[in-house]
Write a protein that binds this ligand. Structure first.
Ligand SMILES: *Cc1c(COP(=O)(O)O)cnc(C)c1O
Length: 356
């Protein structure tokens, strides 16, 4: 029945999210969700929002949430754009800011949704190889005599490596590429990296993207946002208003505001995840794994003597899910989300058995 498809659909290569199976007692370390659950104040806000006003459309500007985020980041509400998860925010950025004659530059190993958006919007891109230690090198992104980017995007910390680029190196990339927009996807920034949102005031070509899915433990609610100078946010609003007037519902707006206001809960949860990450990394090294230094809520590991796909399967048989990417350069690695201390201990125990 593909004769009914619009022709360009034949060539699409969709992103494949980590699975969400319904299995009892599953230890789920495959999609970088936060094991500790959202702020109780966010949950209360959702209960309070479940009233008669649900018959009304939500605020198309999500003004309350944008105001709360603006205060949180020390910017103006006009410098904040919100969407249905940062995936949607990124989609509008790709379409509205990154499609140019010159190709978009991105790391060869990064969030695999980026190439999917390039396919969807017909954006030409050029992969820039990470160094042998899986790090982004800032100087690979500086304009050259023979090559200048039409746009630049990478995640910081990068996914699935966990590597964080220092802010001064990010600034160097932004400063030396005034001809194009530079997008920093900060999905994991709260677990140990520095946000580029603080640079937005000084650079007209910078966009920082964040999400409530990881550090704020609200992946199921779908809230993401971008921070940039007002002229860029206005372009994103144009794209958004040609696509969906109400990307955030009543619950997302209410819970988002409450979550931003609950600083104590937020700091506590981030500290617990970071603490578990360091213990997990140490325990995995003791089992012989090479563990890349991580500034995120996951670790990227490889065992020098064991095939990653086989380890992945052996864990799955024990109802433990981690993520394996059958992709060039990283097919011998596993990405393991940081769980609760009990989940991490169960993982280490299972690996000990599997390794014999
Ligand atoms: C999880 C993730 C996102 C998507 O987050 P949502 O806000 O849940 O859509 C974006 N970028 C990276 C690098 C991620 O890992």
């Amino acid at each position: 029945m593909s004769r009914y498809w619009s022709p360009f659909v034949h060539g699409l290569d969709p992103y494949v999210p980590g699975e969400q199976p319904r299995i009892d007692k599953l230890i789920k370390l495959n999609t970088n969700e936060n094991p500790y659950g959202p702020s109780p104040r966010a949950l209360e806000a959702i209960r309070n929002a479940a009233d008669d006003t649900l018959r009304l459309y939500p605020d198309p500007q999500a003004s309350d949430l944008r105001a709360a985020l603006a205060t949180h980041h020390g910017v103006e509400p006009e410098q904040v754009f919100v969407g249905n998860g940062s995936d949607e925010v990124l989609a509008h950025i790709f379409q509205g800011l990154l499609k140019h004659d010159r190709p978009l530059w991105m790391p060869d190993i990064t969030y695999s949704f980026y190439p999917a958006y390039c396919g969807l919007y017909g954006i030409d891109f050029e992969p820039v190889p990470l160094d042998p230690d899986f790090r982004i090198r800032a100087h690979d992104y500086l304009p050259r005599e023979d090559a200048r980017a039409g746009g630049i995007i990478f995640a910081n910390p990068n996914a699935p490596t966990g590597h964080a680029l220092p802010l001064n190196e990010i600034e160097q990339i932004v400063r030396t590429n005034p001809q194009c927009v530079v997008v920093i996807d900060e999905a994991y920034v709260d677990f140990g990296a520095e946000s580029a949102a603080t640079l937005v005031e000084r650079y007209a070509n910078l966009v920082a993207v964040q999400t409530f899915s990881k550090s704020r433990s609200l992946a199921g609610l779908r809230i993401g946002y971008a921070i940039a100078q007002e002229h860029l946010i206005q372009w994103l609003e144009r794209v958004k208003n040609c696509f969906n007037s109400y990307p955030l519902d009543h619950f997302a707006i209410a819970a988002g505001v409450a979550s931003i206001h609950d600083t104590e809960w937020f700091n506590d949860v981030c500290a617990r995840v970071i603490n578990n990450r360091e213990t997990l990394a140490k325990n995995l090294r003791e089992l012989g794994f090479e563990v890349l230094p991580s500034a995120a809520n996951f670790v990227f590991v490889r065992h020098p003597e064991r095939d990653a796909a086989e380890l992945n399967e052996a864990l799955r048989e024990r109802a433990i899910l981690v993520r394996h990417f059958a992709k060039l350069r990283i097919d011998q690695h596993l990405r393991i989300s940081v769980g609760t201390d009990e989940e991490c201990a169960a993982l280490v125990h299972a690996l000990k058995e599997i390794l014999g």
